[in-house]
Design a protein around this ligand. Structure first.
Ligand SMILES: [Zn+2]
Ligand SMILES: [Zn+2]
Ligand SMILES: [Zn+2]
Length: 150
C-alpha cells in the first residue's frame, strides 16, 4: 500500500496523512523508460483505495447469483458489495454508515472514482476517512464497508 494516503483507525476515529502526497504531486513520476507520467490525484487515490479495500473482508455471492457487468463502465465485472462492516469493526456505535441492500453493481475502479468524485477536491487528506452515498441507493458508506466479491 502506498503511503500517500494512509488510513488508520481506532475505536471511533479514522484519520489520514497527507504530507507525502503533496511531495509526490510536485515530483513527476518516471517509469523505467524515463517517461514522465503525471498521475492525477484521483489515480493516486485509486491505488490506495484498492489496497485498502483488499484488507476488508471479501464477500461471497449467494449461491445462484452471478456477477454482472459493472453498470458504470459495462466492461469489468461488478466486483464490489457494500456491507456495513465498519460498525462491527470496533466499538463505534455512532457510525453514520447505513446498510446498502443493492446487489453488486459496480467494479472497484468505478466505485473508487465515484468515491473520489464525491470528496472535497481541495482536501484529499480527508478522502479516505469520508463517507459517501451508494451511487445506487444513497446509503452512506465508508471505505471499510467495501467488500470485493469473490
Ligand atoms: Zn466499472
Ligand atoms: Zn446501495
Ligand atoms: Zn462505514
Amino acid at each position: 500500500m502506498n503511503s500517500h494516503f494512509r488510513l488508520t483507525y481506532n475505536r471511533t476515529l479514522i484519520s489520514t496523512e497527507y504530507a507525502e502526497l503533496r511531495e509526490k504531486l510536485h515530483a513527476p513520476i518516471r517509469n523505467a523508460a524515463n517517461v514522465v507520467i503525471h498521475q492525477t490525484i484521483t489515480e493516486l487515490f485509486l491505488e490506495t483505495f484498492r489496497a485498502q479495500v483488499d484488507l476488508n473482508r471479501p464477500y461471497t455471492l449467494p449461491s445462484g447469483q452471478e456477477v454482472e457487468p459493472c453498470i458504470g463502465c459495462m466492461q469489468a465485472p461488478a466486483g464490489t458489495k457494500l456491507l456495513r462492516l465498519c460498525h462491527a469493526e470496533g466499538a463505534d456505535t455512532e457510525s453514520e454508515c447505513q446498510q446498502c441492500f443493492c446487489r453488486p453493481m459496480w467494479c472497484l475502479s468505478c466505485l473508487g472514482r465515484w468515491f473520489a468524485s464525491r470528496q472535497d477536491q481541495q482536501r484529499p487528506e480527508t478522502w479516505l476517512s469520508s463517507r459517501v452515498p451508494c451511487p445506487t441507493c444513497r446509503a452512506k458508506f465508508c471505505i471499510l464497508d467495501i467488500c470485493v466479491v469473490n
